[in-house]
Design a binder for this molecule. Sequence first.
Ligand SMILES: [Fe+2]
Length: 454
Amino acid sequence: MSAGEGSTRRDRASGLSRAGRKKAARKTAAKKKPATKRKVVARKKATASRVAKKVTTRKATARKKATAKKKAAARPAPRKKVAKKAAAKRGARKVAARKKVTRKPVAKKAAVRKAATKKRVAKKSAARKAIARKPIAKKATAKKATAKKAAARKAGARKPAANEAGASKAVARKKATTAPAKAPARARAAAPAATRKPVRTIVSRAAEARWEVGLRPYFAYRDLGIATATRGKVLTQVIRTEQPCTGPTGYHSHDLDFQMVYLLRGWSRNFFEDVGEVLFEAGDAWYQPPRIRHEVVAYSDDFEALEITSPAEFPTTPESRDVQAYFVGGPRTVVSRGGEAGWATGLRPYFEYRDLGIRGATADAVLAHTMRAVKPCAGPGGYHSHTLDFQMVYLLRGAIRMYFEDLGEVHLDTPGDAWYQPPGIEHEVMWYSPDYEVLEITMPADFPTVPARR
Ligand SMILES: [Fe+2]
């Protein structure tokens, strides 16, 4: 057997080669041998340095990471990122909201459903109740209206000279606090809000006249109550002497749209800047244009006149006769003589009419005419209404019985009795005396007359 063969041969017990056996023997010997002090110190040092190295490396890594983080925070985030973040936030909020909705407790949902059902049921029953109540209410109202109408008719028939002025005042008071004038059901159903009748007929009785102080201290004034009814659009007042005339009343002018005077009694001498001095007698009338300078020079002790102005309130300016600026342009003063002829046929064949010439001066804005009976009354004249802005009638002589849809029958038999009938009010002449004569003012001068059915 060669040396090579012997060195590679493995030990049967350990399975190691000769070299391996030698190495193992050396290790065992080294283990068995106690380490020298130097070697131990060296080993400890090596271990310590390894540990120190590891710590240093860890610290350095941590520092590096912190620095990188700081830098990243300092850098402004790119726009896309910001948008993405915001979108993400929004999404999160939506999700949260959806979750809230879906999270609603079942009991709560049921309560909400219950409340809604309750509401619906209550509404339905209220509606049913209202429908059931309606016919009764209507019937009651209809009964009341019929009773009122009958009462009005009875009152008219029993007491021809009854106090309608008082009634009209009560009506005016009522009007202020309650509903507007009642129109027939048919008209009410058809009429739009704008054409409803807000004002009731007003009757002013001469016997109940209240004379009050006014613009001039030597005159007394009787307001016919039309200014209130027309909400300040038209004033109609009777002016009479309180003191004997002591001289001209003072040159002045009025800033208004319309002014006319009808002389009822006595006489007056007036001066107008455009036509000069004019003597008026009972039955005469005049129209004085807006802002015309004028004055009453003298008047009789029994002077009494009906004045109509629009608007009801207007300023009066003192003027000087020394100023020779005569009124130029526009309409001129109109004088209408009662004594002169001029009666003509008109709307009703049993009446005749005398135009006071004011429609021409006002370009058909105002009609002022007197109307008198020429034929005996043959019965009611026909129930009708007029489509206009203003209408009033002043009794000059005789008597008349009228029917108004809101007042019922009204009997007027004293000169100075008057009435204002609101636009569209249905009415009828029931009867008139043979000497019946009135002054009528309408705005505009021409208007349609519409037949009605009672
Ligand atoms: Fe009429």
